[in-house]
Design a protein around this ligand. Sequence first.
Ligand code: DLL
Length: 432
Amino acid sequence: MIWNERIECASREEMKAIQSERLVDTVKRIYHNIPSYRKKMQEVGLVPDDIRSVDDLSKLPFTTKQDLRDNYPFGMFTVPMSEIVRVHASSGTTGKPTVVGYTRKDLNTWAEVVSRTLCMAGVHRNDMVQIAYGYGLFTGGLGLHYGCENLGASVIPISGGNTQKQLQLMQDFGTSVIACTPSYALFLAEAMADAGIKTEDLNLRVGIFGAEPWTEEMRREIENKLGLKAIDIYGLSEVIGPGVSCECEDQCGMHVNEDHFIPEIIHPETLEPLPAGEIGELVFTTVTKEGIPIIRYRTRDLTRLNYEKCSCGRTLVRMEKCKGRSDDMLIIRGVNVFPSQIESVLLEMSETEPHYLLIVEREGNLDSLKLMVEVQEQFFSDEVKQLEVLRKKITHNIQSTLGISVNVKLVEPKTIERTAGKAKRVIDNRKL
Ligand code: DLL
């Protein structure tokens, strides 16, 4: 089923009843099949019968990326390998990748939640969807792929990169939906401008952008440059992949598919659950997965939840755009800095491009932050004085918004490395 009114517009009581029944079953399966999680429950004196409804969720121990690494590769799977029909893996910045496995039923669930999200975003069976997320171990490409097919749309499985080909197919095939990371969307826009292609030459209507944090300013920029509605889609491989949540056409928060994935917000340090509306770390419990069900997975993503009914009519809880991660937050001389805040400052200025790199160094005991940012072609002049004025302006704007001083270096357009996947925005050279 694609548009599922019974679930997407359920009352809170109805949703809690569905979640509770599924949670009780999941906890039993995990307890009996995953020794490491059973041990965690035993350590806090819990048995499966103690969990009777979602109200008991907060009694359960958390799961982290480290748990998946410690059980690498398949130690967290709850079914025999003969039941697993697909594996994906997420590359971490350190250590071994985290591996996840899907049964046939899991793949069906995944296709269903992705098609549900596409439907929310206004995609339909007459659309031509160009999937420029990477295909492979990353969940982006194949996750979107099967969701689109399930919806009945036409899929162009081009994968990431190969920008000229992307533009060619967009024109020749009349692509109406593009799915890729928001940073790649900007890169495509840049390549379009270089090739003299205008938005009117294309048939784009919707963009399904996710897999990395992006700001409202970036949304506006992408919408203007590509001539489409930019929709935020969220997910993580440990939970299922893309399709955990997604914005509807009203673009006011991402509806979580909470009949499958129960969200909670916790304080990232005390780990206590926070009341609805407060910003904290997002935690997910899957309640329908078979291959690798997961309990209270700490995503490290910072956001807040809104349980009010949406203007679109859906009651599925909404999560706000991610504010960054509890672990990519930089602390520069005591000030918490999110790369997205710097991005917002840059995007408010007409002279800069949204391509930047933050480099953190430690000299003695002092942290310093360097920002390399691309200047728009027309502002990049050989006149040192003009560039110095711009450099001072950026430094000032960041100082007044974030309260930190930053050493700004202006670079020519297109000198910061582009990727077809997730953009790397921070290099932290501190040995902390
Ligand atoms: O990035 C799955 C995905 C693919 C989502 C395509 C959306 C589109 P992982 O590689 O496991 O999975 O990375 C998950 O990426 O914990 C967030 O930090 C970040 N992330 C994903 N979507 C968003 C988003 C895929 N819309 C990690 N906004 C997550 C902000 C996002 N961050």
